[in-house]
Design a protein around this ligand. Structure first.
Ligand code: HEC
Length: 140
């Protein structure tokens, strides 16, 4: 196969995968619970670092329309919401897990912070978010 044919084959595949329906819906279903944050700061940190995958207020970027990136994003949001979604009632156990994830710097995922620089939290910001999550969900 020569290079021109290879390029054509790649172009055809790239176009064909755009017709796969998965990942196009970009649903933000209604919330059944609005979090009463302990402070605007906690909300701001959560919005910056977590809300795209752990709430029904996902900000779907333009490139979420292009396969195969769209599949990756849809999968992250589906999985993320399944494990932990602040738009519905959240168990104390899940908040404790969230605190661990932040402490260990496992969340937000590094692929996400590569695309969203603002989501990367400093050590101080991670501490503020942990304290805020405790106050908001565990101490009242
Ligand atoms: C790009 C999407 C994305 C972002 C942003 C994100 N997460 Fe996640 N999160 C996921 C996915 C996907 C999973 C499920 C798979 C896994 O555990 O890796 C998950 C799982 C979790 C879980 C469940 C872990 C468990 O043991 O079941 C918690 C808690 C969590 N995330 C907290 C957070 C917090 C807190 C933030 C912000 C500091 C955050 N996440 C940011 C995608 C994300």
């Amino acid at each position: 196969m020569n290079l021109a044919k290879l390029a054509l084959a790649i172009a055809i595949i790239a176009i064909a995968i755009q017709f796969v329906p998965y990942g196009k819906e970009h649903k933000n279903p209604p919330s059944t619970l609005e979090v009463q944050w302990d402070s605007p700061k906690t909300k701001e940190l959560f919005d910056r670092a977590c809300k795209d995958c752990h709430s029904n207020y996902t900000n779907w970027p333009i490139y979420a329309n292009i396969a195969p990136i769209s599949w990756l994003i849809a999968h992250d949001v589906d999985e993320g919401r399944e494990h932990f979604n602040i738009s519905h009632s959240v168990k104390a156990k899940t908040i404790k897990e969230a605190i661990e994830e932040i402490e260990e710097n496992e969340m937000p995922p590094s692929l996400y912070t590569l695309m969203h620089k603002e989501a990367k939290l400093t050590k101080d910001e991670r501490e503020s978010l942990i304290n805020g999550l405790k106050k908001t969900f565990l101490e009242r």
